[in-house]
Design a protein around this ligand. Structure first.
Ligand code: NOJ
Length: 482
């Protein structure tokens, strides 16, 4: 629990904090009985330093598992073998006094990197996949998926001429990460990974946690023949300024970069970033949810974003995230606060007499599931309606995407339609990403508002030649066939 589960000491068991394998099997069966699926987080790049593989590897230079991890001699002056830095700050190399070598850790020193160039490591880690697939899980979210392939020569990374573009990464932004992850050999690993997944019956999904600024490199993780990762997480909007032109450029670039037949996906929040509503404001959080759920492809909703949960306020003595402890200010705790199920003191996340692991986000007395469920105007209610809508509406479920040109600054409009189908109505999505009113003028035609950020618009007929969007407003308009 040095990195809250991302430091695994045993890949084929459950941390006693959460129960045991029998608890897991019960959970899986109960969830499946409700028609839901279970995806487990798979952490291939590093183990815990408590893992038996590492204690064995560390025990001596001649240990049979020595080369399961990346051990290297110091440079002649005693310094680390290269200039790589840990994502959490400081050198990526830790010195082991007993055996007189450095080991590589791309994250905490307590998270030593496995060496996937060693076939025994790959075989052992593929056995881990089989273990959970045999138990019936529906797929894996692959932690830092790109990191398993590094430069075999362990060359130094060059400095980053534009660290400000990666400011959210703290110290790590100082280098261009050419060599410490994402070596092209990574694709072979995920082709084999996929083949293993596909050898199991039923639908099993792979979701890769990975990012690359270049859209083509990112899209490469689908595989040239769509034979790698089903869902390479698309974090491009997550890391973009909330600006209509930027958002449109990203959506178009993603659509253009996808290999033929690839299914897009979109992410606006996760446990490593600040909360969406705090990043872009309450009004825009609704617009963003409307965008997320009307774009083509699979959306990922981070828990709490469907309520518009803000960042939690974390006092220095409440910091838990190791990154925040190493690099003050980088802590991810503000986005990891308990889910507020109701307005009671601990939001029904835990009993009122217990101190939850992090404080609740401010305002949970009014921003909680129980209240928003009853309020048709709430973000939660809008989210649930949108989820229903996209399931039932062919254009939203499967339609192609076309961004509209010529709309005013601060707006983004697009049409989703089923190519070549006369019967299925197309849908126009019109978004105002500003706090000012905007008028959008498209070709004349009529449509009916079937969802929106402001419930008073539901059912209203609009003329697409002139659509007045209020501040922070988004509309989903079903176009009338002509
Ligand atoms: C990515 C995870 O999302 C993050 O929470 C974790 O700290 C690192 N990988 C290390 O496993």
């Amino acid at each position: 629990m040095k990195d809250f589960g991302y430091d695994v000491a045993d890949y084929t068991d459950v941390d006693p904090l959460f129960g045991n394998l029998a608890t897991f099997d019960r959970l899986l069966a109960d969830i499946h009985a409700r028609g839901l699926r279970v995806i487990v987080d798979y952490v291939p790049n590093h183990t815990s330093d408590q893992h038996a593989w590492f204690t064995d590897s560390r025990s001596s230079r001649t240990s049979p598992r020595r080369d399961w991890y990346v051990w290297r001699d110091p440079k002649p002056d005693g310094s680390p073998p290269n200039n790589w830095i840990s994502v959490f700050g400081g050198s990526a190399w830790a010195w082991d006094d007993a055996s007189g070598q450095f080991y590589l850790h791309s994250f905490l020193a307590e998270q030593p990197d496995l060496d996937w160039r060693n076939p025994e490591v790959k075989a052992a880690m593929f056995d881990v996949l089989r273990f959970w697939l045999d138990r019936g899980v529906d797929g894996f979210r692959i932690d830092v998926a790109q990191f398993v392939a590094k430069d075999p020569l362990l060359r130094d990374n060059p400095p980053n001429p534009h660290p400000e573009r990666m400011a959210h990464m703290g110290d790590w932004s100082q280098q261009l990460h050419l060599y410490d992850h994402g070596h092209p050999d990574v694709h072979e690993i995920y082709r084999e990974f996929r083949a293993l997944l596909d050898s199991y019956p039923g639908d099993r999904v792979s979701i890769g946690e990975l990012h690359h600024e270049q859209f083509e490199v990112w899209a490469g993780f689908y595989g040239q023949n769509l034979d790698e990762i089903h869902v390479p997480f698309n974090f491009h909007l997550l890391f973009s300024p909330w600006d209509a032109t930027e958002v449109r450029c990203i959506v178009d670039a993603v659509e253009a970069a996808l290999p033929a037949g690839a299914w897009p996906n979109w992410v606006l929040g996760n446990h490593d970033q600040r909360r969406l509503a705090s990043r872009i404001g309450d009004g825009q959080a609704r617009v963003a949810m409307l965008l997320l759920l009307t774009l083509r492809g699979t959306p990922t909703i981070y828990y709490g974003d469907e309520l518009g949960l803000p960042n939690a306020e974390i006092r220095p003595d409440q910091v838990r995230d190791p990154w925040g402890l190493v690099e003050p200010g980088q802590g991810r705790d503000p986005g990891r606060s308990p889910m507020p199920w109701d307005g009671s003191p601990n939001g029904a996340f835990t009993t009122p007499d217990v101190d939850p692991w992090l404080p609740l986000a401010p305002g949970h007395e009014t921003t909680n599931v129980a209240l928003q469920r009853e309020d048709p105007a709430s973000l939660l209610s809008m989210t649930r309606r949108l989820l229903d809508l996209r399931r039932g509406h062919p254009a939203l479920a499967e339609g192609v995407h076309r961004s509209m040109d010529g709309t005013p600054d601060g707006t983004f409009c697009f049409v989703r339609s089923i190519d070549g189908s006369e019967g299925a109505p197309a849908v126009l999505v019109a978004l105002n990403l500003t706090g000012e009113p905007r008028r959008v003028e498209l070709d004349p035609g009529t449509g009916r508002v079937i969802e929106g950020t402001h419930p008073d618009r539901l059912g209203v007929t609009v003329d697409t030649a002139s659509v007045d969007l209020r501040p922070d407003e988004g509309l989903v308009i079903e176009l009338t066939a002509r």
